[in-house]
Design a protein. Structure first.
Length: 170
């Protein structure tokens, strides 16, 4: 990838948190599984509330997938099955190669993704709304971006630019 003597990392794998990153809820708290598609084709939770992701998310995931990035999620939500169900109903499963949903420290999610994918932390990016997760996963060498109001095209584009800026120096 590097055209000069400077080394340059390639961005290979992008990992997203779920709650308040891909959708505006804590999926074990604000909404409740099981989820299903209602007759009006909206996704609803067990109480009949409509469940939506942040508006840019479907296009962002489709676009990143199309560009050849490997995609994954790392979530600490205790309702693992509910989250998997939502990812499936939103149609995101087809883009996500690694789905790590465990109520443990996110170090472990990333260790698992690294082991399964063979991709080094320096060639991964992470988006999450939690400052502590950003601090911790940054310390592993993953370029980690704090998401303030959910994933948008702008947040991801800016994040990828930051990755290349940080990783083209050495
Ligand atoms: Mg979150």
């Amino acid at each position: 990838m590097a055209s000069s003597q400077k080394s340059s990392k390639t961005l290979k794998l992008i990992v997203f948190d779920l709650d308040f990153t891909l959708w505006p809820y804590w999926a074990d708290c604000h909404i409740q599984s099981p989820y299903r598609i209602a007759s009006n084709e909206k996704i609803i939770d067990s109480a009949g509330n409509i469940v939506e992701c942040y508006p840019d998310v479907p296009e962002v995931l489709a676009d990143l997938h199309k560009k050849g990035y490997i995609l994954g999620v790392a979530s600490r939500c205790p309702d693992r099955e509910g989250c998997r169900q939502l990812l499936n109903l939103f149609g995101f499963n087809k883009y996500l190669k690694y789905i790590e949903i465990h109520d443990c420290h996110k170090f472990q999610h990333f260790e698992k993704i690294k082991k399964s994918s063979g991709v080094d932390f320096s060639e991964m990016m992470f988006f999450d709304d939690d400052k502590n997760n950003i601090r911790d996963i940054s310390s592993m060498g993953v370029v980690s971006i704090l998401v303030r109001e959910g994933i948008t095209k702008q947040v991801v584009d800016d994040g990828i630019r930051q990755f290349h800026k940080r990783c083209s120096v050495q």
